[in-house]
Design a protein around this ligand. Structure first.
Ligand SMILES: [Zn+2]
Ligand SMILES: [Zn+2]
Length: 482
């Protein structure tokens, strides 16, 4: 997710500027019609407390009266020169360097009149979120006003940018607000932040995403037309935080009885997950081409959400005229069945990452038994071996399976052997007598070896390995969490 966001952050920020200028006219009406904040008498220094309250309801967004809308003059699409200069101005706000400046240091600048040089007798400060405005008057009655940043159509540019940068970096408002409070740095109030988020940022992300998705789909469509194989990876994710947190909490306190009781209650209430997102990534470009969000009410149970999202996503992609050649997923039984029954023409691969993770868990739990302790130092090497076999088999499942099974020779200290009249050997370099002597090989008759043997030669695993020869892994997809 982060990589995807960072790559597209600049695009999104730029689209945001364009969007605010052209598309979001209903709100622009309010933005433009709002009187500048510094004209409002309640914002002067004497009533600074009120000015803080004003931050809460972003003046620029909340209209005070509808009749002001009449003053709005929509942008004429023919005035391209204005458009370009406005675009440039918006880009300028964003590119300008920003500094953390202390208030007393700013106020030092308001000692002498900029027109006549005489002493400034009155100053008043006003704040709008992240922006400081200063009004001054000299003894000869010259007046002036200064603002720490300029406005984008009535909204202080930095309020928009603080909100945008918070959301676009994946942070929450609370994270940024805590940091800012500790520093006593002025940022927009929570309400303002969420107003800006829902009025501008979310629609912009939505629009930018749709545009990029369209481009990604067009690329895949072109690949289909050129008869280039399309390889996609898919993975689902549910919102299980609530019960996981409760479970961890209870486990820590070793309330085993209570834990199982709560779990049963949670399952009974179907409290486990309300949403599931199934996402598809293009293996060549690592771009998310599509995702489906399924609500629990759309499926028979929370577990059934994933297959619903999966099917819906595959159908949507196919409806775009894209021929999927290879689809990689985890080994979930429901997805396997759907692939076998409904999409027999798509080659179904299994994600090596999920399989190795499962194998590692199994080995860890088995090696806890006294008889299998000797397996412990080997767990990592065995998992690496599976990964290596998939990566180097060149798409040949037979070679993958044969190499995988060779672990049973190596682990007993045998590095060359005969099979069906042919000499076979391990791929590693020859071991020195010292290396051979020091390694803790398993005895062929040991319990640990037999345990491993039953795991390595497992018929179910062998069958699955046939769908792992293309060395597909969805690790990239794991970091994407819509
Ligand atoms: Zn003056
Ligand atoms: Zn070996």
């Amino acid at each position: 997710m982060h990589r995807y966001t960072v790559i597209n952050l600049l695009n999104i920020l730029f689209t945001l500027q364009i969007y605010i200028q052209f598309y979001y006219k209903p709100n622009l009406i309010h933005l433009i019609s709002q009187p500048p904040v510094y004209n409002q008498p309640e914002q002067i220094e004497e009533q600074l407390e009120e000015s803080l309250a004003l931050d809460v309801s972003l003046l620029s967004i909340e209209p005070q009266s509808d009749k002001k809308d009449l003053s709005f003059q929509p942008l004429s699409s023919t005035s391209t020169s204005t458009t370009n200069s406005e675009e440039e101005e918006c880009e300028m706000h964003w590119k300008q360097k920003k500094w953390i400046v202390n208030e007393p240091n700013v106020m030092e600048l308001f000692k002498r009149c900029q027109e006549c040089g005489s002493v400034i007798t009155k100053t008043a400060k006003a704040t709008v979120g992240s922006v400081l405005r200063v009004h001054w008057e000299c003894e000869k009655k010259h007046k002036g006003k200064w603002s720490s940043c300029s406005d984008v159509r009535g909204m202080p540019a930095n309020n928009l940018l603080v909100s945008a940068c918070t959301l676009f970096t994946g942070a929450t408002y609370t994270d940024i607000a805590d940091w800012a409070t500790l520093l006593n740095l002025q940022i927009p109030h929570k309400t303002t932040y969420f107003d800006i988020q829902s009025s501008y940022l979310i629609p912009v992300i939505d629009e930018e995403y749709k545009e990029q998705q369209k481009a990604a789909m067009n690329d895949l469509h072109l690949q289909t037309e050129l008869c280039n194989p399309v390889h996609l990876s898919g993975d689902g994710r549910s919102d299980r935080q609530v019960n996981v947190v409760i479970f961890i909490f209870l486990t820590i306190f070793k309330k085993i009885f209570l834990t199982s009781f709560v779990l049963v209650v949670l399952l009974a209430l179907d409290f486990s997950a309300k949403y599931n997102t199934y996402s598809f990534m293009d293996d060549t470009t690592d771009k998310i081409v599509h995702f489906e969000l399924v609500q629990v009410t759309e499926a028979s149970s929370s577990v059934a959400m994933e297959p619903v999202g999966f099917k819906r996503a595959v159908n949507t992609i196919q409806e775009q005229g894209i021929k999927i050649d290879v689809l990689t997923t985890d080994r979930s039984p429901s997805i396997r069945k759907i692939m076998r029954v409904e999409y027999p023409n798509i080659h179904h691969e299994f994600d090596i990452w999920h399989v190795v993770k499962g194998l590692s868990k199994k080995l860890c739990s088995m090696s806890r038994y006294k008889d299998n302790r000797e397996l412990q130092p080997w767990t990592r090497s065995i998992c690496n071996h599976l990964w290596y076999c998939s990566a180097t088999c060149g798409g040949d499942p037979d070679e993958l399976i044969e190499n995988w099974k060779s672990i049973l020779y190596h682990i007993t200290g045998v590095h060359s052997w005969f099979k069906e009249g042919k000499q076979k050997k391990c791929v590693h370099n020859d071991l020195s007598p010292e290396q051979q002597r020091r390694k803790k090989w398993l005895g062929k008759d040991s319990r640990a070896f037999h345990t491993l043997q039953s795991l390595v030669l497992d018929k179910g695993l062998e069958k699955d390995l046939r769908q792992m020869a293309l060395f597909k892994h969805t690790g990239q997809l794991e970091v994407f969490q819509p």
